[in-house]
Structures are given as structure tokens and as C-alpha cells.
Write a protein that binds this ligand. Structure first.
Ligand code: DAH
Length: 337
């Protein structure tokens, strides 16, 4: 057997190895049990004794050489592979990044926070009340006569067990008065529900803000001053307010308050139906019956309350003409305001 030519073949094969798999095939071919070198050792016994020794040495040297070659080629291939991997996984830090979709504050929430900010500045405490109410807090304590039309199925969404979804945030007045001692000065913003046919102007749910101030000698003058601050804070300075007598069971006198049209400045336009005024809130001096219902002496304490339509104010401020847009989470719309 010609060890020298085996060696040559072997060295040549190593030159062409490109992958670890190929290298492994080579190893099997030369060093495996049935490999060339092993075959060589087997054939040793057929040789005459004087050649045996020399041949044995040649084969041993060859095996050693092959082992060393294998090791060094393996090292080279592994190194190449590492380099390729680094190249593959290289990150080009100069590439433009992927833009993140940032969330933003919903305009209703923004309005809520703005109103709360104004209220706090005026000394009101921000409170919350439940959206699931009972008849007492939503109607009875607010001096609604037993057969008042607003208790009617048309307006109120009733729940099992004598409960209902509050129809106005005025219910929070009662909860605050029950919980606190005078003076009471609270402000709340929240969702209310009515059984309405859904249109561009009306939705099953909407938002109200409610303020209440009970103390000794609180007058309509205070109410006017506070409302003027709210309108100025929310819509900006310079809008006139108009107070019109109106009826709400829980106030006496009751009134509706209009703000000069924020679109035409009072000249008259489509939004204000050419009246120059926008109706945005109800208010009045708290009815003695309400104070009595929660154990306050109306001879000692007086106060005012007001309720604003937050959705309407938001729609006017941003020029939105469909209330449903405030509820359906449409990204395209929300990004545009
Ligand atoms: N709760 C009334 C409504 O939902 C609004 C309102 C009117 C609230 C007069 C008040 C008020 O506090 O004094 O229409």
C-alpha cells in the first residue's frame, strides 16, 4: 500500500473542505473504523517483519498528521462560520428606526381634565360617583315628584333589583352631601345614560360635569362668577353668558345658561341656529327639599348647583357635528382633532 499517495490525496481533500459536514465525511473516510488508515493497519500483518515496523510508523505518523489537520481545519471553519454569523446579524445603526404609534389623550378625557383643573382652582374638591345608581340618589332626594316624566321608561335605563343607570351627575350631589359636612364644594365629571334613539346629536351615553357649593350665604352672584370662570377657562376669554329661567326639580330658582356662540361670536350662524347663543348648562339654587332630604337645615345653608353637557362643549370646541364620533374610537378621527 502506498502511504505517500494516500497522504497526498488526503492533503488535497483538506484543501477543498468548505463545511463542517464535509470535514466530518473526510474524518470518517480516513480515520473511521473502515477508513483508509485503519485498513492499512489491518494489512500490516501480511507484510514481512522487516517492513512491518517502518510501515507501522508511517501509518502512525499519517494518523497523527490527519488528526492535526482535522483539528486545524475545524478551527478555521468554525471561525469562518462565526464571522458569517456576525455579518448576518449585524445591525446598521444608521438605518431609520421604526416609528412608534404613540397613544394620545382622548379629547373627552382632555376636556374632563381641563374642567377639573378649573374646578380645583376655584376651590372645588373632585369627587366621583357610581354609574349604577338607585332611585333615591338619582331622583327621590333630588326632589323629583313620584310620577315625574323623567323617571319614565322612555328616559331611564333600568336595571334589575330596583337599580338604574344614572341619568345625570346630579346624583353625585346627594352622595357628597351624605358623606360630607358643610361647607361642601364638590365637582364631578362622568358618564350618564339615557334611553335615547341614537342620532348624530344623541347617544345612549354621554358626559356631564356637575358642581355643587353649599355653605352659609351662598348666592346666585357666586354661581354666576363660578360659571363665568368655567366658560372662560374652557372656551377662552370674551364670551358673554346669558341666564334664562328654567325648571329643574332640584333647584329653585332654576335656570339654563347660554354662552355666546363660539363660532360666530353671537352674530348668528348655522351652529347656533341663528340665535347667537349656545345652550350648554343648567343651574340654580339648591332646592330646600334637596337639603332636607340629606339632613341639612335650609334655613342655615344655601347653595348652588350646575350641570354641564361635556360632549356638547367638546363638540363645540372642536367643531364636531356627530356625537357618535366621541364614542367609537375611530383612530382616523381621533388623530384629526
Ligand atoms: N341634571 C340636569 C340634567 O341632566 C342638569 C342640571 C340642571 C344640573 C340644573 C344641575 C342644575 O346641577 O342645577 O339635565
Amino acid at each position: 500500500m502506498d502511504v505517500r499517495s494516500i497522504r497526498e490525496e488526503l492533503l488535497k481533500s483538506f484543501e477543498n473542505v468548505r463545511t463542517l459536514e464535509e470535514l466530518e465525511a473526510l474524518r470518517v473516510r480516513f480515520l473511521g473504523k473502515k477508513g483508509v488508515i485503519q485498513q492499512g493497519f489491518k494489512k500490516l500483518k501480511e507484510l514481512p517483519p522487516e517492513e512491518k515496523k517502518a510501515m507501522g510508523k508511517l501509518l502512525n505518523d499519517l494518523r497523527k498528521e490527519v488528526e492535526e489537520r482535522l483539528a486545524s481545519v475545524r478551527e478555521r471553519l468554525l471561525e469562518e462560520e462565526r464571522k458569517q454569523q456576525v455579518e448576518r446579524e449585524r445591525i446598521d445603526v444608521t438605518m431609520p428606526g421604526t416609528e412608534l404609534a404613540w397613544g394620545s389623550t382622548h379629547i373627552l378625557r382632555k376636556a374632563k381634565e381641563e374642567l377639573q383643573y378649573i374646578a380645583r382652582k376655584l376651590g372645588f374638591t373632585i369627587v366621583d360617583g357610581p354609574e349604577v345608581e338607585d332611585d333615591f340618589h338619582n331622583f327621590e332626594a333630588l326632589n323629583f315628584p313620584p310620577y315625574h316624566p323623567s323617571r319614565d321608561m322612555q328616559d331611564t335605563l333600568f336595571l334589575p333589583g330596583g337599580l338604574l343607570l344614572r341619568t345625570h351627575t346630579s346624583a353625585v350631589q346627594i352622595r357628597a352631601l351624605q358623606r360630607k359636612k358643610p361647607p361642601v364644594r364638590i365637582f364631578t365629571v362622568g358618564r350618564v345614560y339615557r334611553r335615547e334613539e341614537v342620532t348624530a346629536r344623541k347617544f345612549l351615553a354621554f358626559h356631564q360635569a356637575e358642581g355643587l357649593w353649599i355653605d352659609k350665604k351662598v348666592s346666585i352672584g357666586h354661581l354666576k362668577g363660578v360659571l363665568a370662570e368655567f366658560i372662560k377657562g374652557f372656551f377662552g376669554p370674551g364670551y358673554k353668558l346669558r341666564f334664562r329661567p328654567s325648571y329643574f326639580p332640584f333647584v329653585e330658582p332654576g335656570m339654563e345658561v347660554d354662552v355666546e356662540c363660539v363660532f360666530c361670536g353671537g352674530k348668528g350662524c348655522k351652529v347656533c341656529q341663528y340665535s347667537g347663543w349656545l345652550e350648554i348648562l343648567g343651574a340654580g339654587m339648591v332646592h330646600p327639599n334637596v337639603l332636607r332630604a340629606v339632613g341639612y337645615d335650609p334655613e342655615e345653608y344655601t347653595g348652588f348647583a350646575f350641570g354641564m353637557g361635556v360632549d356638547r362643549m367638546v363638540m363645540l370646541k372642536y367643531g364636531i357635528n356627530d356625537i357618535r364620533l366621541l364614542f367609537d374610537g375611530n383612530q382616523k378621527f381621533l388623530r384629526s382633532v
